[in-house]
Design a binder for this molecule. Structure first.
Ligand SMILES: [Fe+2]
Length: 307
């Protein structure tokens, strides 16, 4: 069953994420505070067979995504469940209407990236393929507006010997807390020129053009809230004004707090995160190849939202 929060109509005139709609916001806000999970356990859904999810399992995942934009699935049989683990990302994605994968230069097969420690020429400076920690971000903050990432799946084949925990935040909850604190912060972060990621230039070749855009935006087709964010401090240009500065500080302070709306989870084999591109980070980790404890995660980033 869908939560009340998901039933709020998202037409232009009553979209709760539009600052002009105070009444719609208050209705949505009240429902969100009632239904929002406050512990990681509330996000977890047990799955009998990862190759073929049962209707009740699909519903359970949808229910959590409608409340928190994310769910954690957990195979009951992590060793015996599936033939191709890469295929799990595609199968589960398809069950939720996620079909179009965002490809990047390092996604090795069909847009699904295998995240593990590599030491190749291409990967050696790229943090996702190292064992280092990754700061808070949503996906696609450097993408062109027409290639917005709206959902992602992280599927764990094997965890590290130690570390590698993720933290997750529903970007709608961050929006809510920020709007309650000061709606002017939301206004500042919805400006089209608030955040610029400079061009990616390697050896005088422009691999990606500079991208300027808002942090929070409303998807014109679905009315959903989208967030574009990275906590990195180098290679990012924030619009220079006091409100933007305060709003960015608000995000930082929240993400470093002990809020019950920050979920922590270390993926085990056969577990995964499916979400509407929520804010997340990753802790550093240590592999132990001698004991076959090497972290391996398959990742898919999709242009659709979970349906
Ligand atoms: Fe990530």
């Amino acid at each position: 069953m869908l939560s009340q929060a998901a039933k709020v109509p998202h037409t232009a005139s009553s979209n709760p994420f539009d600052l002009a709609n105070e009444q719609a916001y208050q209705v949505w806000r009240d429902q969100k505070m009632i239904t929002a999970p406050r512990s990681t356990d509330e996000l977890v859904v047990d799955i009998e067979n990862l190759n073929e999810l049962k209707p009740s399992e699909l519903d359970a995942i949808r229910n959590r995504c409608s409340k928190a934009n994310m769910a954690i699935y957990k195979s009951r049989h992590p060793e015996a469940d599936y033939i191709s683990q890469r295929q799990v990302v595609q199968n589960i994605g398809r069950s939720f209407g996620l079909k179009n994968l965002d490809s990047n230069i390092r996604a090795d097969d069909g847009g699904i990236s295998a995240l593990h420690v590599t030491a190749t020429e291409n990967h050696h400076e790229y943090i996702p393929y190292s064992n280092r920690s990754i700061n808070w971000h949503t996906y696609g903050y450097y993408n062109e507006p027409e290639n917005k990432i709206r959902a992602m799946i992280l599927h764990c084949v094997s965890p590290a010997a130690s570390g590698g925990e993720n933290a997750l935040v529903d970007h709608e909850m961050l929006y809510l807390l920020m709007r309650d604190e000061n709606p002017a912060y939301i206004d500042a972060l919805m400006q089209e020129d608030v955040m610029t990621i400079p061009a990616n230039i390697e050896n005088d070749v422009e691999l990606r053009a500079a991208q300027t855009g808002p942090v929070f935006s409303i998807d014109p087709q679905t009315g959903a809230l989208h967030m574009r964010y990275t906590a990195r401090t180098r290679s990012i240009e924030w619009k220079s004004n006091e409100l933007v500065h305060e709003a960015v500080e608000f995000i930082k302070t929240f993400l470093n707090s002990a809020s019950p709306y920050i979920f922590h989870h270390r993926l085990s084999a056969g577990e995964g995160i499916i979400c509407n591109n929520v804010l997340h980070n990753r802790n550093a980790f240590e592999d132990d190849p001698g004991k076959n404890q090497e972290r391996m995660i398959f990742r898919g980033r999709f242009y659709e939202r979970i349906t």
